[in-house]
Design a protein around this ligand. Structure first.
Ligand code: ZN
Length: 218
């Protein structure tokens, strides 16, 4: 199993709408990191179980799970994303995080922590987080990272995921302005948490500018 896990590349990134940190210590401090794992098909399940274990286990809260499933279904259906079976998992962790896991297999996972759901102001903001993760999956970013020597998404991939998420949200009839509002709230939250932004991750200001341009042109 150790060898199996050695083949995994664990990537700590900031979630839709946050900055990112690379170490576990920072992750615990920041509450806003995004954790992405790139795997080969044969270790997909092992990585999935590890994600769940590392985040306090799966949270069975009935109405939150239903809310997440319905929002994900709405985005997938409106955009015809049927080539992947994207399953959304609620994690017990109180940190404010979202993650995604994808491989060449049919299955992909989006993980959302309980802390994130409690931070989010409304369904449009929760949909924005889900759409950002779904965008990484739809754009094949996990596989691109797997193919390269790097171990996390780069700035351009994050900005690309943001841009693509706006298209997904627009087709699903979500309020696009809520994505900006969420970024602005996260920026204040991260400043309060003394969150350390990573050099290769776009700042919230840059993400807001990027998204505002996309929304203006849509
Ligand atoms: Zn991302």
């Amino acid at each position: 199993m150790t060898t199996l896990f050695k083949t995994l590349i664990f990537i700590l990134l900031s979630l839709a709408l946050t900055a990112c940190s690379q170490t576990n210590a920072l992750n615990k401090l920041s509450l806003t990191a995004e954790y992405k794992t790139i795997v080969h098909d044969n270790v997909m399940k092992a990585a999935h179980q590890k994600h769940i274990a590392d985040n306090g286990g799966q949270d069975g809260h009935y109405s939150i799970n239903n809310r997440l499933k319905n929002l994900t279904k709405k985005i997938i259906k409106a955009n015809g994303l049927t080539d992947k079976n994207i399953e959304v998992i609620l994690l017990k962790s109180t940190s404010v995080n979202a993650y995604s896991l994808s491989s060449k297999s049919h299955l992909a996972y989006v993980y959302v922590t309980r802390g994130l759901v409690e931070f989010i102001a409304n369904d449009d903001q929760l949909a924005a987080v889900l759409a950002h993760e779904i965008a990484h999956i739809a754009l094949g970013h996990h596989l691109k990272r797997q193919a390269s020597s790097g171990n996390q998404f780069n700035q351009s991939q994050e900005l690309e995921a943001d841009q693509h998420s706006i298209k997904l949200l627009k087709k699903s009839n979500f309020k696009l302005a809520e994505t900006i509002k969420l970024l602005e709230r996260l920026d204040i939250f991260q400043a309060e948490q003394k969150f350390l932004n990573q050099a290769d991750y776009p700042t919230n200001k840059k993400r807001i500018e990027n998204l505002s341009d996309v929304i203006a042109g849509i």
